[in-house]
Design a protein around this ligand. Structure first.
Ligand code: PLP
Length: 397
C-alpha cells in the first residue's frame, strides 16, 4: 500500500491539473480552437530568441563533460556569480556566489528552503489566496501551513492579520508578488508592514522568522508597477526565483534560491540548502539550463503580449458585467464568481467550453482564476461564451 499522505493526494487530485486534463478532453471532442482553456499558468509565448542562441552557443563552446557532468550541488560557480552580480546591479544588493543556489525552478527553491528551515511541527504562514502547492511543500517536511484569510478587495497582505497568526512555532512566512492567483503586486507599504511585524515578533520570541519570497512572476509587472526587492526591507529573506515564466521555460526547471547575506545563519543556510537540493533528490539544477540562463539575465518574454491579453480580457469581462480587479502583474485575472459560488460558476463556464479554476483551490471561495497566458485570438473568441455566461447569471453593466 502507498503512504497515507500520498493516498490522500491521489484521492483529492489537483483541481488545476484536473482542469488541464479536462481541457485536453474537450479539445479532442470539439477541436482545440473551440476550447477556451484558462486553467493552467503554462506560458503560451515563446522564449526570447536569445535563449535558443545561448543554448546552441553553450553546446558548441563547452565540452560535453563540462556541460553534462555532476557539479557542486549549488550549481556552477560562474553562473551563481553572474546571478549575484546581476541582482546587485539591478537592486543595489550585496549578493555573492555563495548566496545563490541554482534550483529546479521556484518549486525546487521553495522545497530546498523549507527542507533547510523546518523541524517537524514548525509553522509556515502564507496569505490566502495562495498557490496551492505551498501546503504540499510544507507538508513534505512535516511543517504546518497556517493561512491568513484573504484581504478583500485589495488582496494586499494584511500585516495585522499576520501579527495575529505568528506564534512561537512560526519559522517562515511565504509571500508571492506579483501574485498567483490575484495578479496583485505587493506595495512597498505592504512589504514594510510585514517586515515591521516580523522584526517585532522575532524580538518577542528571540528567534528568527524567515521570509520566503516566491518570485516566478517578478518580471511580469505592467504599467511600470514597482515590485519591491524584499531583501532590502527584511534581513531574514530567502528569494525563490524562477525563469519558468520570465523566459517561458517551465519545463526546463530552472531557478535559484538567493539567501540574503544579512540573514541570520546565512552561510549555514547556504550550506544546508545546497545539501537539501541533493538529499531531496534533485542533486543539482539542470546544467545546460544553468549555463544558458546565465547568458540571458537581461532577457524576458514579450510582456507587452501578456499586457494586450490582460486589457482584452479585462475590457471584455467588465463590459459584460463581471467584476474583477485590473491585474498589476503575473498573468491571472481574479474574477468574482457571479452568485458567489465559484465551483458552480466554473461548472457553468464549462458548458461554453470555458475552463477557469475555482477560488476554493486557492483557499478563497467566491472567485475564479482566469489564466490569460494564452494567445489573444483565444481570449477574443471566448467572449461569445462569456456573453452567454453573463446572460445566464443575469449580469448587467
Ligand atoms: N510559485 C507560484 C506562485 C507559481 O505560480 C508557480 C508556478 O506556477 C511556482 C511557484 C512554481 O514555479 P516553477 O515552475 O518555477 O517551479
Amino acid at each position: 500500500m502507498i503512504s497515507s499522505k500520498m493516498l490522500k493526494l491521489t484521492q483529492s487530485g489537483g483541481a488545476i491539473r484536473a482542469m488541464f486534463e479536462e481541457g485536453n478532453r474537450l479539445a479532442a471532442e470539439f477541436g482545440r480552437e473551440n476550447v477556451f482553456d484558462f486553467s493552467l499558468g503554462n506560458p503560451n509565448f515563446p522564449p526570447p530568441d536569445a535563449v535558443k542562441t545561448a543554448i546552441t552557443d553553450v553546446l558548441s563552446e563547452y565540452s560535453p563533460n563540462e556541460i553534462h557532468g555532476y557539479m557542486s550541488n549549488a550549481g556552477f560557480v560562474p553562473v551563481r556569480a553572474a546571478v549575484a552580480e546581476f541582482l546587485n546591479k539591478k537592486h543595489g544588493t550585496c549578493f555573492g556566489a555563495d548566496n545563490i543556489i541554482m534550483t529546479v525552478g521556484a518549486a525546487g527553491g521553495l522545497n530546498a528552503a523549507l527542507k533547510t528551515l523546518l523541524d517537524p511541527g514548525d509553522e509556515v504562514i502564507t496569505f490566502a489566496p495562495y498557490f496551492v502547492e505551498y501546503g504540499n511543500y510544507v507538508d513534505n517536511y512535516d511543517g504546518r501551513l497556517v493561512v491568513v484569510p484573504p484581504n478583500i478587495p485589495s488582496f494586499q497582505p494584511d500585516a495585522r492579520a499576520l501579527a495575529a497568526a505568528v506564534t512561537r512555532k512560526t519559522k517562515a512566512v511565504i509571500i508571492n508578488s506579483p501574485n498567483n492567483p490575484t495578479g496583485a503586486v505587493y506595495t512597498e507599504a505592504s512589504i514594510k508592514d510585514i517586515a515591521a511585524v516580523l522584526e517585532q515578533k522575532q524580538k518577542e520570541y528571540g528567534a528568527p522568522i524567515y521570509l520566503l519570497s516566491d518570485e516566478p512572476y517578478r518580471e511580469l509587472a505592467y504599467d511600470g508597477a514597482a515590485v519591491p526587492y524584499i531583501t532590502k526591507y527584511y534581513g531574514n529573506t530567502l528569494v525563490c526565483y524562477s525563469w519558468s515564466k520570465s523566459l517561458s521555460l517551465p519545463g526546463e526547471r530552472i531557478g535559484y534560491l538567493a539567501v540574503s547575506p544579512e540573514a541570520e545563519d546565512a552561510a549555514l543556510i547556504f550550506d544546508a540548502a545546497s545539501i537539501a537540493t541533493r538529499v531531496i533528490g534533485f542533486v543539482n539544477a539542470p546544467s545546460l539550463m544553468q549555463l544558458a540562463v546565465a547568458r540571458c539575465l537581461d532577457e524576458k518574454v514579450d510582456v507587452a503580449a501578456y499586457d494586450a491579453n490582460r486589457r482584452a480580457l479585462y475590457d471584455g469581462l467588465t463590459a459584460r458585467g463581471f467584476k474583477c480587479a485590473f491585474p498589476e502583474g503575473a498573468f491571472y485575472m481574479w474574477v468574482q464568481a457571479p452568485g458567489g459560488d465559484d465551483r458552480a460558476f466554473a461548472a457553468a463556464a464549462k458548458k461554453y467550453n470555458i475552463l477557469v479554476v475555482p477560488g476554493t483551490s486557492f483557499a478563497c471561495p467566491g472567485y475564479v482564476r482566469i489564466a490569460y497566458c494564452i494567445d489573444k485570438a483565444t481570449v477574443e473568441r471566448s467572449m461569445d461564451g462569456f456573453s452567454k455566461l453573463a446572460a445566464e447569471y443575469g449580469l448587467t453593466v
